[in-house]
Ligand binder design. Structure first.
Ligand code: ATP
Ligand code: MG
Length: 841
């Protein structure tokens, strides 16, 4: 099983894989470790990553980038509309699943692909990126990749997280877990460290700060031996490298307007070029404080433009952005309840952290130098790969527990009792541990509905507070007409996704010898079982909540009056107000699972997901066919140039003048065809052309190669014949070395040497009679076969070991000698070297 971590960044993606030697960041076919988050659509295929990057300028309308922030959002979403204003390609509201013309409102990208208009959902676009990253990982690991861990920003809401998981499914990946960017970094930092305090000691506190292209994230983490606990996270989802670029773009747009009278924003291509140049300029300013020129030839209307910028001026343009860096730092520190002096280190990662003013602002806030221990670009992917290794049975990883936090508080609401009043309760508070699960007990006699929502919409970087609606079905009253107790389990899983995982109806069945359920009540009650609590080893604590004492929670997602604060109130809510019914002492309790119907906001339906999976597979095949077609075309072109070059050089003498003319003529014809009607043909047509070239070219190539190999093979065979002739002569002279060999055996050697010698003489003579352009009289493989036969026949005889001569005096010496050099010990010695993969030459 392959173990892989994907960092899906807004601009840059990284892939880390686990190999037996450790974690490795994988490079693509261009030897680039970074895969740009870009997908470009062409008339025959898609290109993704580095192959697509340049097409932002050359094919801007059909090249999709800056799409990560579109996950899980509606077209009407203000964030989508802001992004749309800066994108050269079209965003559209997508049509519904049932192929009618009603838009379902989710956002998609409209592009021309395979010469037709297509609308791709953001899940499909991210799936295309993941497909590419999956292929890169597979090429490196030489095995199929299915299981993986994928990074997401810690501020992603339920809808955004599920959207990324859907993208993974479309790409054929089984995402074992989504991991928050800074948590992945913290894992990558902590798992190798040996010097953390023991679990019962005060933890070492490290802050991780990540500024990427689109967002700024920070988390406070506490480390003990074998344990990472995130204390708090904070973020500015709208502060990243691109916001700094935008200041430069605005600056130069204004400058070019007054200096050259150019309306840069009126031309899609020019704006994109300016964005790219401004980013380059900004990167240069990170290591240079002097003036840096910005020159662009033929920028617009055939005009060349120039400008300049320096770090001081840049910092002036971005002063407010730099100020904003402090806001999440204040928040994370406050929420973590840590004093500055208790922080052990502040680790920075993310490309935009290289902006000196940003780094300085962080240093100033924490009153210390920031650390750059980790690889700023690859730390997230490596953390994800480590998490994947911990979840996978394929590798043994040291025990290391990771507890993340819930970034936004989550509440549940339900209508209660006969008056249908809406009750709300905060189930998962902000910065509470994640994953986490709770059990809520209701008393109902019919199906009921739970609505989950983020309880603090003001803190949410997302317009929709509602998470989903969960219908608890098949609930009935007890046989005696009383309400049934229904236990509902809600959880936030390791990927930060909230769900109602199960509901069980507790039914009382008549029984003479069983006790009454001690929790039995006639009034509605809530009891919460904390699955994963802050305190270690406290697996399940049951907290009974006094309903009347619950704080009031706003329910922004109900269609009742949104300004109304609903009091958590139950019908007849008087806990313990009714005396236990004495008859209940005779009841037996039976737990019956009841189904839950889930309606999540902006959820891709199963059918829709299957359609996307099918279409992605079709597109993969289409890309593969196009790749093969291109390879075939390139092979034709390469072979035309190869043979033309060789015919003028080393191959010239290996074909007759007539053949030379015919072959050159064919090459010229094919070359002309390639630039004309052959420019766009199918794979088969190119393969036929290639076969035509090979038909004439291969025999020439073969004759040339034979002319190089043959003399060497002849020489080698002659040398062996010479060697065995010398042995035969020594044998005839009665040499000590061969005295143990039988005459009959030596006769076999003699016969074989003679036959080989005769064959060699004949072949050499026949070959000498031929011209280079003629078919060779003998092939080098035939000479090799002769050589093999000669060695096999002769070596068996001439290397026969001498029989051992035993003498008492020599015995002990022989034992010693054998213990060092016996065939067995020699084998063992070599085996050992081979096992270590070393060769001692
Ligand atoms: P996000 O984390 O927001 O999803 P990402 O992971 O794609 O985005 P990174 O790869 O961490 O982002 O960082 C990319 C940003 O870093 C870009 O804005 C890029 O311009 C910036 N960057 C890279 N090198 C430098 C540098 N030397 N100086 C300044 N900025 C740099
Ligand atoms: Mg990032």
């Amino acid at each position: 099983m392959a173990v892989v971590g994907f960092d899906v960044g807004f601009q840059n993606c990284y892939i880390a894989v686990v190999k037996s030697g450790g974690i490795e960041t994988v490079a693509d076919e261009f030897t680039e470790r970074c895969t740009p988050a870009v997908v470009s659509f062409g008339s025959r295929s898609r290109s993704v990553g580095n192959a697509a990057r340049n097409q932002i300028i050359t094919n801007p309308r059909n090249t999709v980038f800056n799409f990560k922030r579109l996950h899980g959002r509606l077209y009407q979403d203000p964030v989508v509309q802001t992004e749309r204003a800066n994108l050269p390609y079209d965003l559209v509201p997508l049509r519904g699943d049932d192929d009618d013309d009603d838009a379902d409102g989710r956002v998609g990208a409209k592009v021309f692909y395979l010469e037709k208009e297509h609308q791709f959902s953001v899940e499909q676009v991210t799936a295309m990126l993941l497909t590419k990253m999956k292929e890169t990982a597979e090429a490196s690991l030489q095995k199929k990749v299915v299981e993986c861990v994928i990074s997401i920003p810690s501020f992603f809401t339920d809808s955004e997280r599920r959207s990324v998981l859907d993208a993974a499914k479309i790409a054929g990946l089984n995402c074992l877990q989504l991991m928050n960017d800074t948590t992945a970094v913290a894992l990558n930092y902590g798992i190798y460290k040996e010097d953390f305090p023991d679990p019962n000691e005060k933890p070492k506190v490290v802050f991780f700060v990540d500024m990427g292209h689109s967002a700024f994230q920070v988390s406070a983490c506490a480390f003990n031996k074998g344990k990472l606990k995130v204390l708090s996270t904070a973020f500015d989802p709208y502060l990243g490298g691109r916001d700094f670029d935008q200041r430069l773009v605005e600056h130069f747009c204004a400058e070019f307007k007054s200096k050259y009278k150019l309306d840069v924003k009126s031309r899609v291509r020019s704006v994109q070029r300016l964005w790219q140049e401004c980013e380059k300029l900004r990167k240069l300013m990170s290591s240079n404080s002097t003036d840096i020129p910005l020159n662009m030839e033929c920028f617009m209307d055939d005009k060349d433009v120039t400008g300049k910028m320096n770090r001081a001026k840049f910092e002036e343009l971005c002063a407010d952005l730099i100020e904003r860096v402090t806001v999440p730092l204040v928040a994370v520190l406050k929420q973590a309840q840590v004093q500055l002096q208790d922080i052990s280190a502040v680790e920075i990662v993310g490309g935009a952290m290289r902006i000196p003013a940003v780094k300085a602002q962080i240093s100033k806030f924490f009153r210390r130098d920031v650390s750059t221990t980790l690889n700023a670009d690859e730390a997230v992917a490596r953390g994800c790969a480590l998490q994947c290794a911990m979840l996978s049975p394929a590798f043994r990883v040291r025990d290391f527990s990771v507890t993340d936090v819930i970034p936004f508080p989550i509440s549940l609401s339900w209508s209660s009792g006969a008056d249908e009043a809406i009750s709300c309760h905060e189930i998962f508070g902000k910065n509470k541990p994640s994953p986490s699960s709770k059990v809520i007990t209701f008393h109902r006699n019919r199906p009921f509905v739970l609505e989950a929502f983020y309880s603090d919409p003001g803190s949410l970087p997302f317009p929709e507070a509602k998470i989903g609606v969960f219908k608890v079905q098949c609930v009935q009253d007890q046989h005696n007409g009383e309400k049934s107790k229904v236990k509902v389990k809600v959880q936030v899983d390791a990927s930060g996704i909230m769900s109602v995982t199960s509901a069980t109806m507790v039914k009382r069945v008549s029984s003479a010898d069983t006790q009454a359920d001690p929790e039995e009540k006639d009034t509605e009650e809530i009891s919460i079982h904390d699955g994963l609590d802050d305190s270690e080893g406290q697996d399940k604590t049951q907290v009974r909540l006094d309903i009347e004492k619950q704080s009031t929670v706003k329910c922004p997602c109900t269609d009742k009056d949104p300004n109304l604060a609903y009091t958590l109130r139950a019908a007849n809510a008087e806990p313990n107000s009714q005396p236990p019914n004495p008859k209940k002492a005779k009841m037996k309790v039976k737990h019956m699972p009841v189904p839950i119907e889930e309606e999540k906001t902006l959820h891709l339906t199963k059918d829709c997901l299957n359609t996307f999976i099918g279409f992605e597979n079709q597109m993969i095949q289409q890309d593969q066919q196009e790749k093969e077609r291109n390879n075939a075309k390139n092979a034709v072109e390469e072979n035309v140039y190869f043979y033309r070059h060789k015919l003028e050089g080393p191959y010239r003498t290996f074909l007759s003048a007539d053949d030379q003319q015919t072959f050159s003529g064919l090459l010229n014809l094919i070359e002309a065809w390639l630039y004309d009607e052959g420019a766009d043909q199918d794979k088969q047509t190119y393969l036929h052309k290639l076969a035509e070239i090979h038909k004439l070219g291969m025999p020439v190539k073969d004759r040339y190669q034979e002319s190089v190999k043959r003399p060497k093979m002849f020489e080698e065979l002659a040398a062996k014949i010479h060697k065995y002739k010398a042995v035969m002569e020594e044998f005839t002279n009665g040499s000590e070395c061969y005295i143990h060999i039988d005459e009959s055996d030596m006769e076999k050697v003699r016969a074989c040497v003679k036959a080989t010698h005769d064959w060699l003489t004949t072949m050499k003579y026949s070959q000498e009679q031929l011209k280079p352009e003629d078919e060779p009289a003998v092939h080098s493989t035939q000479i090799y076969e002769k050589l093999q036969t000669l060695v096999n026949v002769c070596e068996e005889v001439v290397s026969k070991p001498k029989p051992r001569v035993d003498s008492p005096a020599e015995d002990s010496m022989q034992v010693d000698h054998n213990s060092k050099k016996s065939p067995d010990s020699v084998t063992t010695e070599f085996d050992h070297i081979l096992q270590n993969g070393e060769k001692n030459t």
